[in-house]
Design a protein around this ligand. Structure first.
Ligand code: PMP
Length: 432
C-alpha cells in the first residue's frame, strides 16, 4: 500500500504541529512507530487517506461516529446550522430542544449543562462533588481515562491507603494527593480505600463499562450497584463518566442498562454527532450548586454552540430509530466470533471483550477484567496485528488499550471483508 503522500504530509505536520498530532493517541508511538496515516475523506464505514487508499474504519474518531462518516442527516443539520450565523453567546432554541431530548432519553439528567469536551464535563462534575460534600478526594479506577484535567492525570498509588502520584509532568503533588486509584471490578479494594479515605472522599468516579483499557464490562451484574452503595454509605457522590458509553449500546446510558442511578453524569462524543461537545448533568439539587444558581463556577464561550447542538440532535434522532442497536450488536458479534475462529485456526492466543458493537482484541489468553490484566497482554503482538490490518485496509486505533467501534454504517459485507484482512494478518504473523 503506497502511502507516499501521507508520509509527506506527516513530515510537514511534524515541523509545525507538536509531534505531528493534535492528540497523542493518534501517534504510532505505542505500536512500534511508523507514520500515522493522514486521512482525507470519509463516507459511511469507509475512510480514504491522502494517497487514495481505502480503509474500513473501526476507529470511528475514537467513538463519536456511531453513524459512520458523513451521515446525510447529520451533514444536513451541519449545513443548516451555518445559514443563520454560527454563534450568538445567548440562549438558543437548539440547546433547549437538545437538552429536552437528552433528558427524555436519560431522566436522571434533571438539569444539564453543555460544554465542549468530555474533559470539561468530568472536571466540572468533580468540582461540583467537592462543593456539595465539602471534601477533597476523588476515588477513580486504575486505567480509566477521564480527560486531561490535572486531577485526572494521576496514576495509582500502591495499596488502598496510598494516594496517587502524578502521571504527567506539570501535575502538582497536591493534586495527586487528592486522587485515590483502585482496581476496577474489585469491590474489596474500593471498600479498603473507603475505609481509609471515606470521610475525605467527595466522589467515586467510574466508567460504568470501561472503554479506556479496552472494553471491559462489570464482572458481576451487581458490581455498579455495589460501587454506588459503598460510595453513598461513605457520604460520597457517584459520578458516571459515560463519555464513551452513552448512546453507544442503546438509546441512553450504561447506568440504565444496569438499572442504577448516579448522582452526576459526564457525557460527550456520540452526543455531538462528530462535532465538539461535552455535557454534564444529574440530580437537580446537586446541579443547582452551579453558577448562576450556586457557588460552583463553570462557563464557556462555545458551550452549547448551535452547530454541535444541531448535529447532536440529528445523530440522536437517527439513533432513536428502531433496530439500529440490534444491528450493531449483531455485527459486533459476527466480527468477534469471526476473529475468535481465525485466531484459533492460526494459533493466535487472543481474548476478545465485547459489548454490543464495541470490542477489544487482547493478545493473551487470560481474562481481562481490570487494568493490570490489560497491561499484561502482548503489546508487541498487538502492534504487529495493527500494522498488518492497516496494510490490508482495516483501520483500528493504534493502541492495545482501545476499542473497535462498529457503526450503524457497517454492513455484513464490511465485516466479512474485515475478517479476510484479519485472516491475512494472522497468517502473516504465524509465518514469522
Ligand atoms: N472520559 C472518557 C471515558 C473518555 O473516553 C474520554 C475521551 N477518550 C474523555 C472523558 C475525554 O473526552 P474529550 O477527549 O472529549 O475531552
Amino acid at each position: 500500500m503506497d502511502r507516499t503522500q501521507s508520509a509527506r504530509w506527516f513530515a510537514r505536520a511534524e515541523r509545525v504541529i507538536l509531534g505531528g498530532v493534535n492528540s497523542p493517541s493518534r501517534s504510532f508511538k505505542s505500536v512500534g512507530g511508523g507514520t500515522p496515516v493522514v486521512m482525507a475523506r470519509g463516507q459511511g464505514a469507509r475512510i480514504w487517506d491522502v494517497d487514495g487508499n481505502e480503509y474500513i474504519d473501526y476507529l470511528a474518531a475514537y467513538g463519536p461516529l456511531v453513524l459512520g462518516h458523513a451521515h446525510p442527516k447529520v451533514m444536513a443539520a451541519l449545513r443548516e446550522a451555518t445559514y443563520d450565523g454560527i454563534l450568538y453567546g445567548t440562549p438558543t432554541r437548539w440547546e433547549v430542544e437538545f437538552a429536552e431530548r437528552l433528558q427524555a432519553a436519560i431522566p436522571d439528567l434533571e438539569r444539564i449543562r453543555f460544554v465542549n469536551s468530555g474533559t470539561e464535563a468530568v472536571m466540572t462534575t468533580i468540582r461540583i462533588a467537592r462543593a456539595v460534600t465539602g471534601r477533597n478526594k476523588v476515588i477513580k479506577f486504575a486505567g480509566c481515562y477521564h480527560g486531561h484535567s490535572d486531577a485526572m492525570l494521576v496514576a495509582a498509588g500502591s495499596g488502598p491507603s496510598s494516594v496517587g502520584v502524578p502521571d504527567s509532568a506539570g501535575v502538582t503533588p497536591g493534586t495527586a494527593h487528592d486522587v485515590v486509584t483502585v482496581p476496577y471490578n474489585d469491590l474489596d479494594a474500593l471498600r479498603a480505600a473507603l475505609a481509609v479515605h471515606g470521610e475525605d472522599t467527595a466522589c467515586v468516579l467510574v466508567e460504568p463499562i470501561v472503554g479506556n483499557f479496552g472494553i471491559v464490562a462489570p464482572a458481576s451484574p451487581t458490581y455498579l450497584r455495589d460501587v454506588i452503595d459503598l460510595a453513598h454509605r461513605a457520604g460520597a457522590l457517584v459520578i458516571f463518566d459515560e463519555v464513551i458509553t452513552a448512546f453507544r449500546f442503546h438509546y441512553g446510558t450504561a447506568a440504565q442498562m444496569y438499572g442504577v442511578h448516579a448522582d452526576l453524569y459526564a457525557l460527550g462524543k456520540i452526543i455531538g454527532g462528530g462535532l465538539p461537545i461535552g455535557a454534564y448533568g444529574g440530580r437537580r439539587d446537586v446541579m443547582e450548586q452551579v453558577s448562576p444558581l450556586g457557588p460552583v463556577y463553570q462557563a464557556g464561550t462555545m458551550a452549547g454552540n448551535p452547530a454541535s447542538m444541531r448535529t447532536g440532535m440529528a445523530c440522536l434522532e437517527v439513533l432513536a430509530e428502531p433496530g439500529i442497536y440490534e444491528r450493531m450488536d449483531a455485527l459486533g458479534r459476527r466480527l468477534a466470533e469471526g476473529i475468535r475462529q481465525l485466531a484459533d485456526t492460526y494459533g493466535e492466543a487472543v481474548t476478545i471483550n465485547r459489548v454490543g458493537g464495541a470490542l477489544t482484541v487482547f493478545f493473551g489468553s487470560h481474562a481481562v477484567r481490570n487494568y493490570a490484566d490489560a497491561q499484561a497482554t502482548d503489546g508487541v503482538r498487538f502492534a504487529r496485528f495493527f500494522h498488518a490490518l492497516l496494510d490490508r485496509g482495516v483501520c483500528i486505533a493504534p493502541s492495545k488499550y482501545e476499542a473497535w467501534f462498529v457503526s450503524a454504517a457497517h454492513t455484513e459485507a464490511d465485516v466479512d471483508q474485515t475478517l479476510a484482512a484479519v485472516e491475512g494478518a494472522f497468517k502473516a504473523m504465524a509465518a514469522e
